[in-house]
Design a protein around this ligand. Structure first.
Ligand code: NAD
Length: 498
């Protein structure tokens, strides 16, 4: 079976002492294997990246940006191939994979602005004949560890900006769908990136732990589940590294009594079930304010869900595909069982979907659950599947309290026609990314992405302006050139402007 290797020093190589199967989740078949890097392989890759750093650091930002311009063109030229790779290993439908790739490319476009973004700050005459300026220098070797659910987009959140800032980047993608990520990284060489600046190490905890503890790695960006994000953040910090670790989510939508219900149902349908609910911004809880709104939501949503099409990625009329593994399918079904046992009402049951020709695939159908309460396991934890739960409350404040009390704070949305209510909501809700009649408020590439509470550990958000700060360190220089022959005496008090 074909073994997916690593990209080290511009070449694909394999240390296949340990491997893991990669599945096509629609057929349930292992289609290839991925090499799981050893400690020695990761250490060797860090040595190579470190050696490439001095030259890349001194490459003018405009030349680094030109690599990104060419990289963007190559991503667009290869988009069909990339989307097929994503579909085959992740299962998401081709139109959804194309959307993911496009959102990733937008981060490359942003990185093309590196010469402008890296401009420092300058102050003339901070003292007599003294000038001062700040510049933003790259960190050195930096690493990224990414999840399975966006094998193209999430890595593209990280490495284009890190590299455009002058760093060397080591990426450890998800071992469950690594092919598209590796292929994308290979395009950088064709775009003119020197060998050693971009590295891909496939692997598991063994590889991650080297990146977290090796003193030559200066910063770590992580996106994945909250327990692992917390571990990554604590370990990276204990080893003196800068770290941003984005975790899991439980995103609520408030449905106000005045909402345009047909519009809200359409929006919720895509946001809850698109990509099988395997998005950190998936809207998985609808909080209906008042029984009139709740009953209308359930009635209209049930009708709309009758036409949901679940199936294989290559059929573009499908709405969503399988979940990533058989274990994950069992976990999602387990949450639905729990909700039922704990007294919720299963309105639309996706536990045994019929997908013709794909009986061994890891499919879960769209599921709608009513009368969910905050004590239920299915409410507290992230399901990460095509399951929409409805919680009924009496007031908007109760809906907001629910959201604010939840451990996660990634995304949220309110459906209303009342501007005053929407403004109050966006001002007071304890969540990092907020939508007003926008179900998936994923910030564009020139803003930054990040949740609050246990959805993000660290200070700076991913991509956009925060990424420029995350992947550089500020140096402030104060300069004086005394005139020839002019010498000042020693001064023992703290220097001030006189
Ligand atoms: P995961 O946490 O299982 O894996 C993420 C990465 O961590 C992978 O590269 C994996 O190899 C590595 N990893 C796993 N276990 C590890 C361990 N014990 N030690 C060191 N490294 C380890 O996440 P996943 O299942 O791939 O992705 C789904 C999760 O990611 C969901 O919780 C989702 O909400 C979250 N996610 C969050 C965002 C965000 O921006 N907040 C975006 C996408 C996904």
């Amino acid at each position: 079976m074909n073994i997916i290797g690593h990209l080290i020093n511009g070449e694909i190589c394999t240390d296949a002492a340990r491997t893991q199967d990669v599945f096509n989740p629609a057929t349930g078949e292992a289609i290839r294997q991925v090499a799981l890097a050893s400690v020695e392989t990761v250490e060797q890759a860090i040595t190579i990246a470190e050696a490439a750093f001095p030259k890349w650091r001194n490459t003018p930002p405009i030349k680094r940006a030109r690599v990104m311009f060419r990289f963007k063109e190559l991503l667009e030229a290869n988009s069909d191939k990339i989307c097929k790779m994503i579909g085959e290993e992740h299962g998401k439908i081709s139109h959804d994979a194309a959307g993911e790739l496009q959102r990733g490319i937008e981060n490359v476009e942003y990185a093309c602005g590196a010469p402008e973004l890296l401009k420092g700050e300058h102050s003339k005459n901070v003292g007599p004949n003294i000038d001062s300026w700040s510049e933003f220098q790259p960190l050195g070797v930096v690493a990224g560890i990414t999840p399975f659910n966006f094998p193209a987009m999430v890595p593209l959140w990280m490495f284009p900006m890190a590299i455009a800032c002058g760093n060397c980047f080591i990426l450890k993608p998800s071992e469950r769908d690594p092919s598209s990520t590796l292929f994308i990284a290979q395009l950088l060489k064709e775009a003119g990136l020197p060998d050693g600046v971009m590295t891909v190490i496939n692997g598991d905890k063994v590889a991650v732990d080297v990146l977290l503890t090796d003193q030559r790695v200066k910063a770590v960006s992580f996106v994945g589940s909250t327990p692992i994000a917390e571990y990554i953040y604590a370990t990276a910090n204990a080893n003196g590294k800068r770290c941003q670790a984005l975790g899991g989510a439980k995103n609520h939508a408030i449905i106000m009594p005045d909402a345009d219900m047909d519009n809200a149902v359409n929006q919720l349908l895509g946001a809850a079930f698109g990509s099988s609910g395997e998005r950190c911004m998936a809207l998985s809880v609808a909080v209906a304010v008042g029984d009139v709104a709740a009953d209308a939501l359930i009635t209209k949503m049930t009708a709309a869900m009758a036409s949901l099409k679940v199936g294989v990625f290559s059929e573009s009329s499908n709405d969503f595909g399988p979940v990533i593994t058989s274990q994950h399918r069992d976990k999602v079904v387990g949450y639905i069982n729990h909700a039922e046992e704990q007294g919720a009402t299963i309105v639309v049951d996706g536990r045994n979907p019929e997908v013709e020709g794909y009986s061994d695939g890891f499919f879960v159908g769209g599921t709608l659950i009513d009368n969910v309460t905050p004590e239920m396991v299915s409410y507290k934890e992230e399901i990460f599947g095509p399951v929409l739960q409805v919680v009924r409350v009496e007031t908007m404040q109760q809906a907001m309290d629910l959201i604010n009390d939840h451990e996660y704070g990634n995304g949220t949305c309110i459906f209303t026609r009342d501007g005053e209510a929407a403004r109050y909501f966006s001002d007071h809700i304890q969540v990092g990314m907020v939508g007003i009649n926008v179900p998936l408020p994923v910030p564009v590439a020139y803003h930054s992405f990040g949740g609050w509470k246990r959805s993000l550990f660290g200070d700076l958000h991913a991509y956009g302006p925060d990424a420029v700060r995350f992947y550089t360190k500020r140096k402030t220089i104060t300069q004086r050139w005394p005139s020839a022959g002019v010498r000042e005496g020693a001064e023992f008090s703290m220097p001030t402007m006189k």
